[in-house]
Design a protein around this ligand. Structure first.
Ligand SMILES: NC(=O)c1ccc[n+]([C@@H]2O[C@H](COP(=O)([O-])OP(=O)(O)OC[C@H]3O[C@@H](n4cnc5c(N)ncnc54)[C@H](O)[C@@H]3O)[C@@H](O)[C@H]2O)c1
Length: 426
């Protein structure tokens, strides 16, 4: 079987990261390099105590016997309290030690947590706030687990790239919540593509068609800002729209299969066909984007959130010698292959990798792909919102910073639904 020869260095990166991941599923041993004040305890703080944050905290606690959850931050006390109560009741409840003075709320809660003496910060707040918290955490010398996506706009992505660089310089681990990168069977499948089993890639297709997600309603006592932050999915400044918040999982696999190379431009469309009511904020409910790579390879990406319509979450890679059906872990064509690697719990694998890297003093840095895959999603949104072709450099250097200049519980940003041909590229 021939190997792809157009990008050896990038393939090597993938090989080594895949190999590194493969050995990381077992729980790390205690008594290794990491010690704080003569103790084996690793103090963890969670920012964003919702569904994913609570899951991430539990996985962190299971990854290593020495981990303690010692601080929590959420915009809202009720969200924090509920998460804390559930974690205490769980099978790792004896590792939860969050004193009353280590529970932080409001917009400044994240900063206070980072300053509260933790070693590791888990970031699972709405995407808008991630680049700011990551910046504070890395500057303060913390190891970080950062959920996806890591930003909502070009300025946010630039900030994350800088944090990733600084993390490397400081020897800090930065693990991304782009969880498929830690899934054993996806790793094995993508590796086959990188090793040339389907020949040269000519095109890719990725789809994330699902139903609707939650809406948390509106209480009369909530200010407009509280309403938006509680329903963050539906406000572009908070989530980056669902192409960024959800479809990023599919988009990320395309540059992964391309050996770390990202598209140079995209064109696309999208709109609101079903979720037209004001309660759905200003995000779209469907996108269709065509991404183009330097050598001419294209990826056709579509996503929608339409309750009651047919679902499809799948990724396909077409090459000169065959096709890879990523979710089936299967290749058909001249060199057929199907995966025999056992599946794993990718969410747990992320945390096993993070805590082992801290114990061993061998930092992991997923910063580059987590920032660039976020930009790929942001770039697609910009193309759909404006109706213009958008280049990678335009997206990366964009001056469009979403969100208010200051955060207060009162008025909220009033953002119109984007109209292609009218909404301007900034
Ligand atoms: N990797 C995955 O498979 C996966 C799955 C689900 C969610 N996610 C990601 O995880 C993140 C959280 O998603 P979720 O489903 O847990 O949402 P969620 O709404 O359940 O949790 C987010 C929490 O953050 C809190 N919050 C809001 N603003 C905050 C701020 N400024 N500081 C601190 N906390 C703040 C909210 O009150 C809420 O409790 C999102 O980025 C989402 O895309 C990833």
């Amino acid at each position: 079987m021939t190997q792809r020869t157009n990008d050896g260095s990038r393939r090597d990166f993938l090989k080594s990261s895949t190999a590194a991941m493969a050995g990381l599923v077992a729980a790390p041993a205690l008594g290794s390099n990491f010690q704080v004040g003569g103790s084996d305890v690793i103090k963890v703080g969670l920012i964003g105590c919702g569904g994913r944050g609570s899951g991430a905290a539990s996985q962190a606690l299971k990854a290593d016997k020495g981990v303690r959850l010692v601080a929590m931050a959420d915009a809202f006390a009720d969200r924090l309290d509920r998460s804390l109560a559930n974690l205490k009741k769980s099978n790792v409840g004896n590792r939860v030690e969050v004193d009353a003075d280590h529970r932080f709320t409001g917009f400044e809660g994240g900063r206070k947590l980072i300053e509260s003496g933790v070693d590791v910060v888990l970031l699972a707040e709405p995407p808008h706030f991630r680049s700011h918290h990551l910046d504070l955490a890395i500057k303060a010398g913390k190891h970080v687990f950062a959920e996806k996506p890591v930003a909502v706009d070009g300025p946010g992505v630039r900030k994350v790239l800088e944090s990733a660089r600084l993390a490397k310089e400081k020897g800090l681990s930065l693990v991304s919540g782009l969880c498929w990168r830690y899934h054993s069977q996806k790793q094995a499948t993508i590796q086959q593509v990188l090793d040339g089993r389907i020949g040269d890639i000519v095109a890719m297709q990725c789809t994330y068609n699902t139903g609707g997600l939650w809406h948390r309603g509106h209480k009369p006592e909530w200010s407009d800002m509280e309403y938006q932050v509680r329903n963050w999915l539906y406000h572009t400044w908070l989530s980056g729209d669902h192409i960024n918040e959800q479809h990023i999982h599919s988009l990320d696999k395309m540059p992964w299969a391309m050996g770390g190379e990202y598209p140079v431009r995209c064109v696309g469309s999208g709109g609101r066909q079903v979720r037209t009511d004001e309660k759905w904020g200003n995000i779209y409910d469907h996108f269709n984007i065509t991404y183009e790579w330097k050598g001419g390879v294209k990826a056709f990406a579509s996503c929608r959130q339409w309750a009651g319509a047919a679902g499809d979450v799948s990724d396909h890679i077409y090459g000169t010698k065959g096709r890879c059906h990523v979710f089936q872990h299967r290749i058909v064509g001249e060199n057929p292959w199907s995966c025999e690697v056992p599946g794993n719990n990718m969410y747990q694998a992320e945390h096993n990798a993070l805590f082992r890297s801290i114990r061993d003093g061998k930092p992991i840095n997923n910063g580059d792909y987590m920032a660039k895959s976020t930009l790929m999603a942001v770039m697609g949104r910009m193309a759909a919102y404006t109706g213009q072709a958008v280049t990678w450099d335009q997206a990366l250097n964009s001056s469009e910073r979403l969100g208010p200049a200051a955060y207060e519980w009162g008025a909220a940003p009033k953002e119109p639904v984007a109209r292609p041909g009218v909404t301007r590229l900034r």
